[in-house]
Design a protein around this ligand. Sequence first.
Ligand code: NBG
Length: 825
Amino acid sequence: MEPSHPLARGPVASPPHSVDAFVKEFLRELNYGQGVPLSRSSLNDQYLALARTVRGYLTARWLETARKRRSHTERAVGYLSAEYLLGRQLDNALLATDLTQIAEDALHACGIELDALRQVEVEPGLGNGGLGRLAACFIDSMATMGAPCIGYGLRYEYGIFKQTFVDGRQIEIPDNWLSMGDPWEIAHPEMEVPVHFGGHTERYVDEAGRDRVKWIHGWDVLGIRYNYMVPGYQNGVVNTLRLWRARATRAFDLDIFNAGDYAQAVRSQTFAENISKVLYPEDSTPQGKELRLQQQYFFVACSLYDFIKHTQPTDFDVRDLPERIIFQLNDTHPVIAIPELMRLLVDDYGLEWEDAWGITRQCFAYTCHTLLPEALEVWPVSLMERLLPRHMEIIYRINEGFLDEVREAYPGDELRVRRMSIIGDHPERSVRMAHLATVASVKVNGVAELHSQLLRDKVLNDFAELWPDKFTNVTNGVTPRRFVRQANPYLSKLITDTIGVGWVANLDRLEELEVYAEDEDFREKFRAVKAANKERITRVLQRRDGIALPEGHLLDVMVKRLHEYKRQSLKLLHIVTLYDGIISGRLDPASVTPRTVVFGAKAAPGYRMAKETIYLINSAATVINADPRVEGRLFMAFPANYNVTLAERLIPAADLSEQISLAGKEASGTGNMKFALNGALTIGTDDGANVEIRRLVGDDNFFLFGMDEPQVAELQARGYRPADYYETNENLRSAINLIASGHFTGGDRDAAGLFVGDLLSNDAFLALADYQSYMDAQARVEAYYADQEAWTKSAILNVARSGYFSSDRSMRDYIDRIWHVKTGV
Ligand code: NBG
C-alpha cells in the first residue's frame, strides 16, 4: 500500500538547530522516552535522553545516506573487523552535527551541565588496543570523506575487562558495558540471520546432473543485527556500523523442551548465546580457542549474508558482487569469510567452482597487523573439520589449486610448496589463515612502511616473490576529530584562531603552523595550552584515581598494551636507574629534571610476564613516590584501566611520548601519532610508524635511540647474551640488583625473580642491549627540555608536520591503492 500522507513518503526532517528546538526534543525524550519528568530524572535518565536527542538529529541524515547508497549501486567497502574500540559516542556525535554549543545551552536552560552528562557515558570497549581503535578511526574517516562503507563486527556483551589493582597486581573485572542501556544502538531482532555449525557434508547430483555438496548442519544460531550510526564530520553523511549478537534458535531449544528437559533447553540457549558474550582479551597473540573461531565465523557469516540479501536489490546477481563490494579483512580474524563466500556461491547459488573462485578473488583485501610469527593465526584442521566441515573441504580445494600454481611457477621446488601451503604440518595439521588471506586477496598491505617491507621480505616473502604486485603499504592514521579536535579543545582553538577551521577535515593544513614555531607569542600560547592540559589531567587523575600529580614536571607518558616487545621493562629500568643514582649519591638530585612518568597498560589475563611487569611498576611507584630523597624529582603514576576516554585526557598533556619497542616488532603504532599531533616529542626506536614520524618531523625534533632492525637481526644471529650487558654496564647492573634485592617488593626477592631472571637469561626483546642508548637519549631529553623555547619550537613542528597521520589520508591511500571506491556520496 502506498502511503497517502506526504510526510510518510520519506524520512522526516531532523528538527532545526536551535536551543529551543533542542530543549523540546530533549524534554520529549526524557518525558516520553525515559518516562520521567525533569524534576525526578536521574543523571542516567538525562544522559540517555540527551544521547537519544542527538541520535535523532543524526537519524534523518542516516536514512538519507542509506537511500542514496541504495540508488547508486556503486562499490562499497565492507570493513570486516572483530574489534571496534569506539570510545565514548556523545561528544563525537555532537561535533559531527555541530550541536555542541546548542546542546550545552539547551541543557543549561534545563539546569543541567553537559559535562556532568558526559561523565555518565560508559565507553564501548569492543576492542583490545590499536587494531580495534584503528577500525574505529577508519570508519570515522570514511564517513567524513563521504565514502560508502559499512563496518561489520561483533556486539560483545562484555568488552575488554576493567582493570583494577590490588596490592599492585592486576585484577580483571567484567565490563558489563550494556548494563545502563546503550542509547546509540538500534536493534533489529526481527531481521535474524541463520548461522550453522558442525555436522557433516553429503554429495549429491542435482537436477542438471551436476555433482554438488550439501552441508548437513549440526547446530544453528541466529545473528541479531544492531546498527550504530557513524557520522561524518559536519558533512551530512552518516554511515553504518553493524554489529552482531548471537541468539539461540527457537527450534533448537523447543526440540529439547518438547523432550521434557526445560533446564537443558535453557542451557542450550546459553551455549548458543555465548558466542557474542565476551571479547577475548588477548592483544597481538591469539589464543586459538574454539569459541573464538565460532565468533569469527559467526560474524562473517552474518555479514556476508546481510550484505547480499539485505543491502542489494532482490534481483541482484551474485556474479556482480565484485562491482558492489570489497571486503577488507582486518587481520586474520575474519579470514574464514573467504571459504564462506565460496560456499555461498557454489553450494547455495550453484556457481561452478572456477567462476566462484574468480569472483571471490576480487572481493577481498587483507591487512596484516603484526610481525610476530606467533601472532599469525592458525586453526587446527581437526577443529575446523568438527566445527566447519564444509569450509574445511573448500579450504583443501583452494589449497590444491593454489599449490598447482606454485608448482607451475617453481617446478621441482617442493620445499617452497610446503612453506607456502595453506595447510601447515607442524606442530599439528592446521590452517594458516594469513596464507589463505594472501592467496584469495586482491591486495595485501602492512600498516607502516617498515612493516610492509618486512612483510614482503620476511614474513610473507614467498608470496611476494610469486605476486609482487599484490603487496602494498598503507601507513596507519588516527582521526583528528576525536584525537585533536575533541580531545584537545585548547589546542584546537589555538590552531583554528591561527589558520582557520579547515584543518579538522584536512589535516595537511597543519603545515601552515610551521612558520609560527618561530613566533614567540605563538610559542607562549602553545605552552599555555600544554599547561592547561596538564591541569586538566591533574584534575582527572585526582578524581578518577586519587592520584596527586606534582606540578611543573616534565610529563613522560607510556600508554599501550603491556607486551614484552613494547618494552615497558626498559622504561622501568630507566626510572630505577635515575632513582638508584640519586639515592646512592652518584647523581646530584639537582641535576635531574623533575619528571612524572605515567603508565597505562592492560595485560592479557593469562600473560604472566606482562602481569609481573605491572606488579613491579606499581611496586616501584609506591616506593619511589614515598621516598623523600627523590621528592620533587621523580614521580610515577599508573592509573588503572587505561582506555580511550583516559587517552583523550592524557595524551594532550604529555611532553614526552615513549615509543620504545624493539625495532622490527611494532607493526605501526597509532598512539605515537596521537602524541605527535598533540605536541609531545617522541623518544623512540626506528620501528613501525616511528620511522615515518621521525622523517616528517625531522631528527632535531625526535629522540632516536637503539638498534635498527638489521642490527637487531645481526645481533640475534651472532647470539645475544643479555648477561654481557649486565656485567659491563655499572648503572644497569646496579639498577637490576636493586630490583632483585627486593627493594621495591617489601624485601621479597622472589617477587621480582621472574622479571629479573628473564631479563638476565633470556631478554627476548633485547632491552639490555638498547639500555645505554636509551639512557643517553633520555639525557638528551633532559638537556633539551631545559631550553623551553627550543622544546616548544620542536613541539609545534611536531604538530605542524604530522598532518600525514590523519586516518583520512590512510583512507585515501586504501581507496587509491586497493578499494577504488568513489567518495563524496
Ligand atoms: C596492532 C599492532 C600495532 C598497530 C595496530 C593497528 C595487532 C595484531 N596489531 O602496531 O601491534 O598499530 O595493530 O594496525 O593488534
